[in-house]
Design a protein around this ligand. Structure first.
Ligand code: KG4
Ligand code: ZN
Length: 342
């Protein structure tokens, strides 16, 4: 089917996202976030997120339809994130999508949130993806290096974090520095004022002895501990913590490891394309380092539009549309929310 009209629903974490695409064209991207309700707990509270999805779902569906200027009857298909994510949160999206599909008698597609972060790039200027491509997916919940031979049928996991996700590391270090949650954007802002060479923080899993077994895996918990120790030492000595330098040096360490490993995968496997995805791609240094190193190595770099890098419904709609266009069968009514979907 050419250019199907697809509505996508995303509820894996704190964003209630409803997006509408026509083929590879973005028509609407309505988002409500419950982040304000979680901020005072320093992290997303699953039950609070699930309840907020319930309250926001109908308004967001209405907002997306209005923005796109279409009605429910016009839709060719519905797509929904079935996992991975928070169970209760996912269930609200899956239940809503099933209800819509059943009531409207429309085909329903269950899609993987992480593949959605990669596939969203088809909505960007360059359009359809070229294969194979290495994809680096960096968010609050995931840090994964993927070999994508085909978005809808062949995505191979090369490596992932063995402890904290990159976004989680940003959030934890922000807390150490007394910054509000989620801390990634705050660290990014302060880092612009600091010296990235001021402190040499460790690069997890990049020592030669780690290389063979963990060449494409990541570890950020040692880095976080190292930042905490460094800050404690300063405080114990009664000295002022140079917060901008700590932020810049930490950000440099994360960007260095992320982009270093992504380029290594491209080079090892002879894949001259790199695609970035996930909320941490909003980080200015992650992007500039990716640009520097891919251009030096002759690798084509693709970065989705920044407002589509964080969780949203449009990425789910875009992936659903790809499934329709490639003639995939709908998922049927029997799938459920799968919080640990690989
Ligand atoms: O993809 P996303 O919106 O949600 C998940 O699926 O996790 O990513 C959210 C994560 C948070 O940890 C947030 O701190 C981080 O992305 N983040 C950033 C920046 N903007 C968002 N991290 C570093 N620098 C940023 N500018
Ligand atoms: Zn995400």
């Amino acid at each position: 089917r050419e250019d199907p009209l697809v509505l996508g629903i995303e509820t894996s974490c704190d964003e209630t996202g409803v997006g509408i695409v026509r083929g590879r064209t973005l028509l609407a991207n309505a988002i409500a976030s419950s982040m304000d309700e979680h901020a005072r707990y320093g992290g997303v509270v699953p039950e609070v997120a699930a309840r907020a999805h319930l309250e926001s779902m109908t308004p967001m569906i209405g907002a997306a339809l209005a923005e796109a200027g279409v009605s429910l009857e016009d839709l060719d298909a519905i797509a929904v994130t079935s996992g991975p994510g928070l169970s209760g949160a996912l269930m609200v999206g899956v239940g809503s999508a099933k209800a819509l599909a059943l009531a409207l008698d429309k085909p329903l597609y269950a899609v993987n949130h992480l593949v959605g972060h990669v596939g969203v790039d088809v909505l960007g200027e360059e359009g359809h993806l070229e294969y194979p491509t290495i994809a680096l997916l960096v968010s609050g919940g995931h840090t994964s290096l993927l070999l994508v031979r085909d978005l809808v049928s062949d995505v191979e996991l090369l490596g992932e974090t063995i402890d904290d996700a990159a976004g989680e590391a940003f959030d934890k270090v922000a807390r150490i520095l007394g910054l509000p949650y989620p801390g990634g954007p705050h660290i990014d802002r302060l880092a612009a004022q600091g010296d990235p060479k001021a402190i040499r923080f460790p690069r997890g899993l990049t020592l030669p002895k780690d290389m063979a077994a963990h060449r494409y895996d990541f570890s950020f918990s040692g880095l976080k501990t190292s930042v905490a120790r460094w800050v404690e030492k300063k405080q114990d000595a009664g000295e002022e913590v140079p917060i901008n330098d700590v932020a810049a040096s930490f950000r440099e360490a994360v960007a260095d490891v992320l982009i270093g490993k992504a380029i290594a995968a491209c080079t090892d496997l002879g894949v001259p394309r790199l695609l970035l995805g996930g909320g941490v791609v909003a980080n200015a240094r992650v992007r500039s380092l990716a640009e520097e190193r891919t251009s030096a190595a002759g690798i084509a770099l693709r970065i989705p539009p920044l407002d589509l890098c964080t969780d949203n419904g449009a990425m789910i709609a875009a992936l659903g549309a790809q499934l329709v266009m490639h003639g995939h069968d709908p998922s049927g009514p029997d799938f459920g929310a799968d919080s640990t979907l690989p």
